[in-house]
Design a protein around this ligand. Structure first.
Ligand code: AGP
Length: 608
């Protein structure tokens, strides 16, 4: 969740750190802080509120002298988002500053121990124990001190450490959260995400759990848990800083909606050669694929919704049973998973804590794990046996758009590839599905072009207090995502229901104040959806219908209509999501919501 950044070099650190924080603000934005070493002591400024507020307090960083420092943007876990609870946290003697992403699970015991020894705590955070432990263990050897401190911690902790007695040196520690090192010329960095680094360097090292690093302006040295120096591969980031900027749009979310034709193309095109689907980083033989008696898909939030669509599509084409389960549930079950299970993990960030835990649980039982991930070098990508990268490019808005649609595209590719390999579809069907996948980017563009009046609909409906999204089969899976999109950025209550299930209880909530968004893109089920539309209209609800372009009957049933470009029925969830993303966006904008940084949320949920 929180974003951390560290810099050591020969230029003033604070402006560099603030720039990094601005790019990490999607990870948490309730408070922010920066600490630099000014040649004598640690100078620190921190406050609740945004990074922009911190920039005002420090005059864009100009007020803080010093060429090495650490900075943090927070998503509160322990303690309210106050000035005092903001990071960095100082040791009692002021010689150490620490920033932290994660949760120190044994902090209560450590705090009691430290208080018993006379340490006085200033904040309610779990992180402050780290600052006091550093002071307690410091014996002139910073590396040994950091190791000793880390060995006392349980839980998840990615740490950045600044010490006033060690000018120009920073340490960072990784345990269960993202941490990337950046290699510059005469300056070096660490950060939670490459987006904080690409404006200064594209040469990065992805850290693994249990590792820690020492940074000076000239060197980066990485160590394993035992303190042994290790050699890490330097990777090159392929995208430019413009990809992580708004590019003229008011919000990252709108920019990312508009990027979807290109993003889906980037997922699809490299995987289709001479009409055949092939994955550069993933291959299974027919015998291996046949050895799996089921597929389990696990993920959280929107990625789980993509998995739900995947379940319908894979089962339909491959005739293999597919279970799709929330990672936060799967991790605490005793699942029936063994070497005959193919596990598919879906994650935009590749850092979601519940997804990682569920993945470890299933892999520990022998499952082969295929990860569908966007962020290159992320924890999930590195833990998995095989990876399909979605290549969506950096996604900054907290509400995922291109992250989700490219996950769908990757799942479609997998389903058609597996069905072909297993011989469950004939050549003509295979070829037809491949060309339908190739048509997805232009369908997405058409979905954007078709729906110029979504803004007008949003103006009409933005004062709603509650609404329902209904659909059947794949439309039901898409309804879940449409509903989540709306509620997370507009704060309007909405629920997704399988259309046939409404009458089993929830229809009691339908009245003339309710809008029901009816997803009717599964043509074989259109008549069934018409019955459900009539049921809610009979109780006074207004209906916004989504139907394939050219379907005239929907106008007789729904009060308003959004058209979805026609294409392969199995793949409708992808173009169908475009008007729903736009609907959520414009409603949130009408209501003056902070679209890119919705309240209480963070982009990457790296804590439980
Ligand atoms: C969706 O808009 C949310 N930001 C959220 O549900 C997200 O999809 C979920 O936290 C999973 O994230 P991941 O794809 O990075 O694992």
């Amino acid at each position: 969740m929180c974003g951390i950044v560290g810099f050591t070099g020969c230029t003033q650190a604070a402006p560099v750190l603030l720039d990094g924080l601005r790019r990490l603000e999607y990870r948490g934005y309730d408070s922010a802080g920066v600490a630099v070493f000014d040649g004598e002591r640690i100078e620190m400024v921190k406050a609740s509120g945004s990074v922009e507020h911190l920039a005002e307090l420090t005059d864009g960083g100009a007020k803080l002298r010093g060429t090495s420092g650490i900075a943090h943007t927070r998503w509160a876990t322990h303690g309210a988002p106050t000035d005092t609870n903001a990071h960095p946290h100082l040791s009692e003697n002021g010689r150490f500053a620490v920033i932290h992403n994660g949760i120190v699970e044994n902090f209560a015991a450590l705090r009691a121990e430290l208080e018993g020894e006379g340490y006085v705590f200033a904040s309610e955070t779990d992180t402050e124990v780290v600052a006091h432990l550093l002071e307690k263990y410091y014996d002139g050897d910073l590396k040994r001190t950091v190791m000793r401190t880390a060995s006392r911690l349980e839980g998840s902790y990615v740490l950045g450490v600044l010490c006033a007695d060690e000018p120009g040196r920073l340490f960072c520690v990784k345990e269960a959260g993202p941490l990337i090192l950046g290699l510059g010329v005469g300056e070096n960095y660490f950060a939670s995400d490459v987006t904080a680094l690409v404006s200064r360097t594209k040469n990065v090292i992805y850290m693994d759990d249990g590792e820690f690093a020492e940074l000076t302006s000239e060197h980066i040295t990485v160590f394993d848990r035992t303190g042994r120096e290790i050699t890490k591969t330097v990777s090159h980031v392929v995208w430019d800083i413009e990809a992580a900027e708004k590019g003229g749009y008011d919000h990252f979310m709108m920019k990312e909606i508009m990027e979807q034709p290109r993003a889906v193309k980037s997922t699809v095109e490299p995987r289709i050669r001479d009409g055949k689907i092939c994955f550069e980083d993933f291959d299974l033989s027919r015998a291996e694929l046949e050895s799996y008696n089921k597929i389990v898909i696990t993920a959280c939030g929107s990625a789980y919704h993509a998995g739900m669509v995947g379940k319908y599509v894979i089962e339909s084409l491959c005739r293999i049973p597919v279970e799709c389960e929330l990672a936060s549930e799967l991790r605490y079950r005793d699942p029936i998973i063994d070497g005959h299970t193919l596990l598919i993990v879906v994650s935009q960030s590749g850092e979601t804590a519940d997804t990682i835990a569920a993945m470890r649980e299933c892999m520990g039982r022998g499952a082969h794990c295929l990860a569908i991930v966007n962020v290159v070098g992320s924890t999930i990508a590195r833990l998995a046996d095989s990876v399909i990268y979605t290549h969506a490019g950096p996604e900054i808005a907290v509400a995922t758009t291109k992250g989700y649609t490219t996950q769908l595209a990757a799942l479609y590719l997998f389903a058609v590839w597996a069905a072909g390999l297993l011989g469950r579809i004939d050549e003509a069907r295979y070829a037809g599905l491949v060309s339908s996948i190739r048509a997805l980017p232009s369908q997405v563009q058409r979905a954007i072009d078709l729906n110029v009046h979504v803004k007008y609909l949003a103006e009409r409906w933005h004062e709603l207090k509650s609404l329902f999204f209904i659909g059947r089969n794949i439309d039901y899976a898409a309804a879940m995502e449409g509903s989540l999109k709306l509620k997370e950025i507009s704060y309007i209550h909405s629920e997704a229901y399988a259309a046939g299930e409404l009458k089993h209880g929830t229809i009691a909530l339908i009245d003339e104040k309710r809008l029901v968004v009816a997803l009717c893109c599964q043509e074989a089920l259109f008549d069934k959806m018409v019955s459900n539309i009539q049921e809610v209209k009979a109780r006074g609800a207004k209906v916004l219908g989504l139907a394939p372009e050219g379907n005239r009957r929907i106008f007789a049933e729904a009060d308003d209509v959004l058209y979805v470009p026609r294409g392969e029925q199995l793949f409708t969830a992808l173009p169908e999501m475009i008007p729903l993303q736009l609907f959520a966006y414009y409603i949130a904008r009408e209501n003056g919501c902070d679209i890119d940084k919705p309240r209480n949320l963070a982009k990457s949920v790296t804590v439980e």
